[in-house]
Design a binder for this molecule. Structure first.
Ligand code: HEC
Length: 116
């Protein structure tokens, strides 16, 4: 039940906000930053199927969001790497986890896209 609510929140954040920045911010706060964040859990290979599905929706919302800074092509590449990695993990492809760890590199994405 809790997971469903989170999923809906993440989707709602992707669709309902006028300012796309909010999508990125709320995704960061909920799915990236916490010690037990789903993105981190998935990177360790500890996310359940339901959690992976939730994370995928969140990453897909990110691909449609606007980064604070940086060009669209770079953002597209970084966010679709996240999506692709989760899809690989879902398909039980061995390289999925290492792909996700690479794509989750906070600094590599913050440097070009986070702004001040
Ligand atoms: C695909 C790119 C990307 C990756 C990967 C990424 N971030 Fe971010 N993050 C951003 C962007 C863009 C912002 C700026 C959001 C804004 O201010 O609109 C941001 C902002 C943040 C913020 C500030 C949110 C706020 O309240 O303003 C935190 C905290 C954060 N990221 C944590 C993390 C952590 C921890 C990781 C690694 C586990 C991570 N991020 C990985 C793109 C990324």
């Amino acid at each position: 039940m809790k997971k469903t609510v989170l999923t809906l929140l993440c989707i709602a954040a992707g669709i309902a906000t006028a300012s796309a920045d909010d999508t990125v911010k709320s995704a960061m706060k909920k799915y990236f930053k916490p010690e037990d964040a789903l993105a981190k859990k998935a990177g360790k290979g500890e996310a359940s199927d339901a959690e992976l599905a939730e994370l995928l929706k969140c990453f897909e919302a990110l691909t449609k969001a606007q980064p604070a800074e940086g060009n669209a092509a770079s953002w597209e590449k970084k966010t679709s790497a996240l999506v692709g990695a989760v899809k690989k993990i879902q398909a039980k492809e061995a390289s999925g986890l290492s792909d996700l760890k690479k794509a989750l590199n906070c600094k590599a994405c913050h440097d070009p896209h986070k702004g001040k």
